[in-house]
Design a protein around this ligand. Structure first.
Ligand code: UDP
Length: 332
């Protein structure tokens, strides 16, 4: 059985669906601070006897320790706070939830003799890029507490391998987009900051206008370039990473991105084309802390994990659109 922390959240819930599809038994540990009980219910409906849910918090040592039943033989760890701006005004929350939470998790793994973990890291650990595309040897100089907390975890995981033999794979994600192709889950944040849901919400939410943050970057159309990876492709990367560890793979880290960059304007145009709607937008000042370009070099994940992104950006936006429609129907 695999313990998935943060399995009620956006990326975690897609991974759980994929694990269940492949016949794995899954135990989700989530405090539902940003994840949703509705998502858990969907997962339960899909997984039936192969699924269990534990409502618990990583900052509570007893709760996380109790989640390690005899059956757990590996961990996939998503539970974290993940808003860059919030981390700059409330770093305590990030070091507590991300760093201390993971420390408690690793200690429970030690106590319960569980020695494999796949960890959701981030391209934010690289900071301001000095070259594009970014490979795994790029220096890691994160510029905000969110990225710093994730980098500290990566370092701690190296030490926990050396001293206690806990093997980890750290997946450094670039920008994640899309929803489950059967629409059982999708991106659902009460405070939405991400580009695609924000564009789509401008179609459904009264008086919401999509803001393009900055048009004076040194890029082909003046807006920021990001590498958008599909959430189901990302889920596959976690499965491959877990299987790699099960086969005796060593502690390692991989970029998960597509090697392709798209500008904010391109994403906006795609959304307009795919929805066939005129989406309200305005030009706004740059958002603090946004680098002009972030594009992954994903060669290492392709070579070692045998992972390749399969879904197109069009598919990602189509599924995100269907999911957003469903969410708004529920609300109204
Ligand atoms: N962005 C934007 N308007 C929004 C949200 C995001 O222009 O409402 C831009 C943002 O400045 C960045 C890109 O879209 O260049 C991706 O931002 P997102 O927050 O989705 O992910 P991040 O790159 O911060 O992880």
């Amino acid at each position: 059985m695999i313990l998935v922390t943060g399995g009620a959240g956006y990326i975690g819930s897609h991974l759980v669906l994929e694990l269940l599809k492949r016949g794995y038994k899954v135990s989700v540990f989530d405090n539902l601070s940003t994840g949703h009980i509705e998502t858990v219910n969907k997962l339960k409906e899909t997984g039936k006897k192969n699924f269990e849910f534990i409502k618990g918090d990583l900052n509570n040592k007893n709760e996380i320790n109790a989640a390690f039943s005899k059956e757990i033989n590996g961990v996939i760890h998503f539970a974290a706070s993940a808003l860059v701006y919030e981390s700059t005004v409330n770093p305590a929350k990030y070091y507590e939830n991300n760093f201390c939470g993971t420390l408690n998790l690793l200690n429970s793994m030690r106590e319960n003799n569980v020695s494999k973990i796949v960890f959701s890291s981030t391209a934010a650990t690289y900071g301001e890029p000095i070259k594009i595309p970014i490979d795994e040897n790029h220096p890691q100089n994160p510029i905000n507490p969110y990225g710093k907390s994730k980098l500290m975890i990566e370092k701690m995981m190296d030490d926990y391998d050396m001293a206690y033999g806990i093997k980890s794979v750290r997946l450094r994600y670039f920008n994640v987009v899309g929803a489950d192709s059967k629409f059982r889950t999708g991106e659902w944040h009460d405070m939405e900051t991400h580009i695609v849901p924000n564009i789509l919400k401008s179609l459904f939410v009264k008086n919401q206008t999509f803001k393009i943050f900055g048009t004076d970057y040194d890029t082909k159309d003046g807006t920021c370039v990001r590498d958008y990876v599909n959430v189901e492709d990302l889920a596959q990367a976690h499965i491959l990473a877990f299987e790699y560890l099960q086969k005796g793979g060593k502690t390692d880290f991989f970029n998960i991105g597509t090697n392709e960059g798209n500008t904010v304007r391109e994403i906006f145009e795609y959304c307009s084309m795919i929805t066939g709607k005129k989406i309200p937008f305005e030009i706004a000042p740059r958002r603090k802390g946004d680098p002009a370009r972030l594009v992954a070099d994903n060669k290492k994940a392709k070579e070692i994990l045998k992972w390749t992104p399969k879904k197109t950006l069009k598919e990602s936006i189509q599924t995100a659109y269907e999911w957003e429609k469903q969410l708004n129907l529920q609300k109204n």
